[in-house]
Design a protein around this ligand. Structure first.
Ligand SMILES: C[S@@+](CC[C@H](N)C(=O)[O-])C[C@H]1O[C@@H](n2cnc3c(N)ncnc32)[C@H](O)[C@@H]1O
Length: 317
């Protein structure tokens, strides 16, 4: 990435669907926001600008390197007391907001998945395009790496997770090849092994290991569990009229967000044990995006990462 004046080291991550997020979160001067996925701080920086002079952001990230980078880059906003940072998984959002006396809030953003820094740093082990240790943890200070997972689980467990989280039809064959070639240590080793197991590339659009790598990353970071656990907390943390914006990058996480928003937006819950068939209730939110927002052609051309992004927005009642 070319250095820009605001980013002398060229260390920025281009925020996806930025205008749509600011609009969707209805960011206003003096508002209070939580960014659950700080990353390179691109969205946070824009929220701080739009909420100036006294708006505030609490930024969370499981990755200590992301926190350190934003600490450097947005030093002035931290010194002004407008930006607070916390190294934590976002499933602890409610507890962390309470610790910082930072609730209720006007808006919460989740821009799921991994950042370009993580993808482009070989030592983090996310990419099959750069050889490195097979790690894949957002937080390398805790938990089991992708290599540990593959070297410890049995073939059925590995096949199930590749099938479930990667939607990979050849999961059994891949799992068998993994178990036969253990220990698996590097990203390059795994990518080559998967490619051999599924019989090469044969004119495929994507690398044959893409789905296996996605599955492992989701499993290592318990991405779907984290998302399920944060949504309810986020709704509780919002003021009435506050907004929740979630950007997802694959169908498994988008489905969780879509179904949850739809359920919380219902004014009626079916109950098969009731003679009335169910009961009325107050919906807790209004879904503002009947269909998810996606990147324009212009953004997709400029930032390939935005091509699979889907943004859903809800407003708390
Ligand atoms: C796509 S990036 C966010 C980019 C950011 N919006 C920006 O504009 O620079 C996602 C970030 O969320 C973090 N992350 C993913 N899952 C997380 C979780 N469960 N808890 C905390 N951070 C998480 C990752 O470490 C990564 O830095």
């Amino acid at each position: 990435m070319l250095p820009t004046p605001a980013d002398p080291q060229g260390a920025s991550h281009t925020p996806v669907l930025l205008a749509e997020c600011l609009e969707g979160l209805a960011v206003y001067p003096g508002g209070r926001y939580i960014d659950g996925t700080l990353g390179g701080g691109g969205h946070t920086e824009a929220i701080l600008q739009r909420s100036a002079p006294d708006g505030k952001v609490l930024g969370l990230d499981a990755d200590p390197a992301a926190i350190r980078r934003v600490e450097e880059r947005l030093r002035a906003e931290i010194a002004q007391g407008r930006l607070l940072l916390a190294h934590t998984a976002f499933e602890r959002m409610a507890a962390v907001a309470e610790q910082h006396a930072f609730a209720p809030v006007d808006g919460i953003l989740l821009d799921l998945g991994l950042s370009s820094f993580q993808l482009e740093t070989p030592e983090r082990g996310f990419a099959f395009t750069h050889d490195g240790p097979l790690d894949m943890r957002f937080d390398p200070t805790r938990g089991e790496s992708a290599a540990d997972l593959l070297n410890r689980r049995d073939a059925d467990e590995i096949a199930d997770l590749i099938y479930r989280y990667g939607e990979e039809r050849m999961s059994r064959r891949i799992a068998r090849a993994i178990v036969e070639n253990r220990p698996i240590v590097t990203t390059g080793q795994l990518a080559a092994l998967v490619e051999r197991a599924v019989g090469g590339r044969k004119g495929q659009r994507i690398h044959p290991a893409t789905r296996t790598f996605q599955a492992l990353r989701i499993a290592v970071n318990d991405e779907l569990g984290q998302l399920e656990r944060v949504l309810a907390q986020a709704l509780d943390l919002l003021l009435p009229g506050g907004r929740l914006a979630v950007i997802s990058f694959h169908s498994l996480e988008d489905r969780i967000v879509k179904v949850w928003m739809r359920e919380e937006g219902k004014d009626y819950v079916p109950d098969p044990t009731s003679i009335y068939g169910g009961q009325e209730r107050e919906p807790r939110l209004t879904v503002l995006t009947k269909r998810p927002l996606v990147a324009s052609d212009e953004e997709s051309a400029r930032n390939p990462r935005s091509r699979s992004a889907k943004l859903r927005i809800a407003e708390k009642k």
